[in-house]
Design a protein around this ligand. Structure first.
Ligand SMILES: Cc1cc2nc3c(=O)[nH]c(=O)nc-3n(C[C@H](O)[C@H](O)[C@H](O)COP(=O)(O)OP(=O)(O)OC[C@H]3O[C@@H](n4cnc5c(N)ncnc54)[C@H](O)[C@@H]3O)c2cc1C
Length: 341
């Protein structure tokens, strides 16, 4: 019987994956997602969705690697199942090239992806401005398919979604036993987390069906990711820029940088420009907190701040948030948070 009411704030990549994980792992929980926006209007809809981790400076590498490994293993199974096409998850091979070799030739995640090795001189010769490179096979989530697929999977499993803004965590008191905060950059306003900031990213989706491999600059912002509906060209990292409009000058500059990497892109037709705000902190906030006011308590699990790496780690962080929800369940009776019902 479902006796624990859980509400997840945020219907983006992190909220949906966390809601699915809770509803599938904790059958005693009835899960509702409340969100101002859903796909196609979330940050994940802008992303190329490639599983290549960025580094969170204040999180130990072992922890980041565990999240990445759990995410990779989970999505790899889906990619190799009959659901792979509907979910928009596929394998993608390519090159990560460097003008100057990185400090570590092998990043911390090298043995999570498949077939990681250094590029041969013949391979690197394809990139005359670059001296060093790595090649590997990873996974890519086509967000226009993956996010709606997750929403459907959540609903099929008995979950409920509601559109709306949560103005204060306390408005949920009395309706739900446990709150899970996956509001991304919204946490700055919702709970006043000023260590969270936006890093604006602008990308182009172009029609270049001959591009079959990813190419990215390992220590730059330039990348080319082929996908199911188009190829994503990136990008920018504009810290503290809240504007959600695309800049034509920046689009031209992105296209020029990508053409330098892959000259066959010259003259390519642009399908659309996309902009999103990466919800960034020095570490993802994965934490339990008991909100208290006037003798009332409301248990909250925070799961936000995934920055430029949400796709790469979201299953690992969803699992950790789910364990935190499980740990809070025994407290629910003590807090009697349903007393208003
Ligand atoms: C250009 C770009 C390229 C990227 N490329 C990659 C990539 O290749 N690989 C990778 O791993 N990652 C990539 N990322 C990062 C990835 O997209 C993000 O880490 C991820 O989408 C963040 O998901 P989220 O659910 O935390 O945030 P969001 O998608 O922003 O979701 C937050 C949700 O919470 C809702 N919300 C906020 N406040 C409230 C409130 N008060 N009440 C109700 N609802 C609320 C919002 O409406 C929204 O639906 C990229 C990001 C960008 C911008």
């Amino acid at each position: 019987m479902k006796t624990i009411k859980v509400v997840v704030i945020g219907g983006g990549l992190v909220g949906l994956s966390t809601a699915i994980c809770i509803s599938e792992s904790l059958p005693q929980c009835e899960v509702t997602v409340v969100s101002e926006s859903f796909s196609p209007n979330t940050t994940g809809d802008v992303a190329a969705g490639c599983l290549i981790p960025h580094t969170y400076p204040d999180t130990p590498f072992e922890q980041q690697k565990k999240w990445f490994q759990e995410t990779f293993d989970h999505l790899f199974k889906i990619a190799n199942s009959a659901e792979g096409a509907d979910a928009g998850i596929s394998l993608l091979t390519g090159w990560q090239v460097y003008k100057n070799p990185p400090e570590e030739a092998f990043p911390f995640w090298w043995d999570v992806v498949l077939g990681f090795r250094l590029m041969t001189p013949t391979e690197i010769a394809k990139f005359p401005c670059h001296k060093f490179g790595q090649t590997f096979t990873t996974l890519k989530c086509q967000s226009s398919l993956y996010l709606p697929w997750m929403e459907q999977r959540f609903k099929t499993n008995g979950g409920t979604v509601q559109t709306g803004k949560v103005e204060s965590i306390w408005q949920l008191y009395g309706k739900y036993n446990i709150v899970v905060n996956c509001s991304g950059i919204g946490s700055r306003e919702l709970i006043g987390d000023l260590s969270l900031y936006p890093v604006k990213g602008q990308v182009l989706e172009v029609h270049a069906p001959w591009i079959k491999h990813f190419i990215r600059e390992g220590n730059g912002n330039t990348y080319i990711y082929p996908g199911i509906t188009g190829t994503t060209l990136g990008g920018t990292r504009q810290k503290d820029d809240w504007t959600l409009s695309a800049d034509a000058k920046i689009s031209k500059e992105i296209l020029d940088r990508c053409c330098d990497l892959e000259p066959s892109l010259r003259g390519v037709s642009i399908i659309r420009e996309k902009v999103g705000l990466r919800p960034t902190r020095s570490a993802i906030r994965l934490e339990k907190e008991i909100f208290s006011k006037n003798g009332q308590q409301l248990p909250v699990v925070h799961n936000y701040g995934h920055g430029g790496s949400g796709f790469s780690v979201h299953i690992g962080t969803a699992k950790q948030a789910t364990r935190m929800v499980e740990e809070l369940i025994p407290l629910v009776g003590q807090f009697n948070v349903m007393s208003k019902l």
